[in-house]
Design a protein around this ligand. Structure first.
Ligand code: SF4
Ligand code: SF4
Length: 447
């Protein structure tokens, strides 16, 4: 009989690999793998293929690796894992695929198996436990963390730490991140404007605003502006306070069980609110909410949610009353959010809104449809590739020389701020959420 002093033996590498192999063979969808006809149309759309030129770092290559594992020809070893880790999960390969291969599903199935069996470096394990499970699902804890960051940035501590040279102990990408993190607001959107904002004039519809987790702490003002724009366009805005993180980061890093829990909490919160639409301005979260039915296939509420999710640009561009916009004299460009574009299929609406602002000259950013390298936590876990992708993006920005780069997702916005800082462009080019640009125009309107 085992005593309390005996420790459980770690399984050997061979035993772990055998379990992983079995899990992958059961989890990977055979039909989806068979759908790939190896045409390679997806390759030009793939940023990691573009950067490396390696077949294995392309969608077709990764699908071939997964199929070989499923068919029993390839051991899921470290090389297999590293090619999947290198994938941004941007899903630019999906709209490019004539066979309609749902690559994102295959990637999620593989990542869930890898997270369950493959050894994970301790910093990533710790981050998952402390940040993903311990903080993101708890808005109050996230706000406390935001207040700590605000104290660090505004009390003079940041200056002392920078002068002391302590930051040199951090890897370069984390040092750069420290330099560009915005000052969090002391309060979230609910604490700032309440849970119900009436429509201006006759109501067009009632919308439930999804505030997001990082968005609500780092970019509270954007959520406040979003509620203002929606109200101005005729929407009654309800912000259910019991909502939580969308679960995208959890699902994309293999923690599907926690992603399901979060999805159930959000569905219940928005159903109770009885809204016509669930609206947000965070592409990554929007795509996740829209795909809850895939996460919870037998849940009627998940389908209810999926049918109602809209990016705010969709409602403002076509369903609400036109916004009274004043002049903003600026040359503006726009970086797509991958999930907004590739999963939700939204790309015209934001361009349309920005172009409708009097005084704005809208100029298309070359390769705006390519990922910026942010991709959830990719810029932290794969800093080398994320840096290469971002540098290419900033080359396009420098040549275009706009006054501001707008984006539609908090992760992309932070990445743009990081890129501009690294390229020495942060004095010349502003990075802004498109909501804040439109809100600036609303404020400039003659009253
Ligand atoms: S485009 Fe689609 S079918 Fe063609 S190789 Fe890529 S995933 Fe396979
Ligand atoms: S998700 Fe993005 S990085 Fe991954 S294979 Fe598809 S296009 Fe390439």
């Amino acid at each position: 009989m085992a005593t309390s002093l005996e420790t459980k033996e770690e399984p050997s590498l061979e035993a772990r690999t055998a379990r992983l192999w079995k899990h992958l063979q059961e989890a990977l969808d055979a039909d989806e793998l068979e759908n790939c006809m190896r045409c390679g149309f997806c390759q030009p759309a793939c940023p990691t293929f573009q950067e490396t030129g390696y077949e294995a770092a392309s969608p077709r290559g990764r699908i071939a690796l997964m199929k070989a594992v499923k068919d029993g020809f390839l051991v899921p070893d470290e090389a297999f894992r590293s090619q999947l880790d290198l994938c941004l999960g941007c899903r630019a390969c999906e709209p490019a695929c004539p066979s309609g291969v749902r690559y994102g599903r295959l990637l999620e199935q593989a990542r869930e198996a890898l997270a369950a069996h493959a050894p994970t470096p301790w910093p990533i394990r710790l981050a998952r436990k402390v940040v993903f499970a311990g903080v993101f699902p708890h808005p109050r804890r996230l706000q406390r963390l935001g207040r700590l960051l605000r104290f660090y940035q505004t009390s003079g501590l940041q200056r002392v730490v920078r002068k002391s040279g302590l930051l040199r102990l951090l890897p370069a990408h984390l040092r750069d991140m420290e330099a560009v993190l915005p000052v969090p607001s002391p309060r979230g959107v609910v604490e700032t404007i309440g849970t119900r904002i009436p429509a201006k004039g006759a109501p067009v519809a009632t919308v439930g605003l999804f505030r997001g987790c990082v968005m609500d702490v780092l970019y509270t003002e954007t959520n406040v502006n979003l509620a203002r724009l929606l109200s101005e366009a005729g929407f009654e805005v309800i912000i259910p306070p019991e909502q939580t993180c969308c679960g995208a980061l959890h699902a994309h890093t293999g923690d599907t069980a926690l992603a399901r829990q979060l999805a159930r909490r959000n569905i219940a919160a928005f159903r109770r609110a009885g809204v016509d639409f669930v609206v947000l301005a965070a592409g990554g979260c929007g795509a996740m909410l829209q795909e809850y039915a895939h996460l919870l296939p037998d849940d009627e509420g998940a389908r209810w949610m999926g049918e109602r999710v809209r990016d705010a640009s969709q409602l403002l561009a076509s369903c609400g009353r036109p916004l009274p916009l004043g002049r903003v004299e600026a040359t503006v460009t726009y970086q797509d959010s991958c999930h907004l574009r590739n999963v939700m299929g939204v790309h015209r609406e934001v361009r349309q809104l920005l172009s409708s602002i009097p005084g704005v000259t809208f100029r298309e950013l070359p390769e705006a449809d390519r990922c910026c390298g942010s991709a959830g936590v990719y810029n932290l876990t794969q800093p080398e590739m994320a840096g290469r992708i971002l540098e290419r993006k900033m080359g396009h920005v420098a040549r275009l020389s706009p006054d501001l780069v707008a984006t539609g997702n908090p992760g992309c916005l932070l990445q743009m701020q990081l890129g501009l800082h690294r390229a020495g462009l942060d004095g010349a080019v502003r990075a802004m959420h498109w909501v804040d640009v439109v809100a600036e125009a609303l404020d400039a309107a003659p009253r």
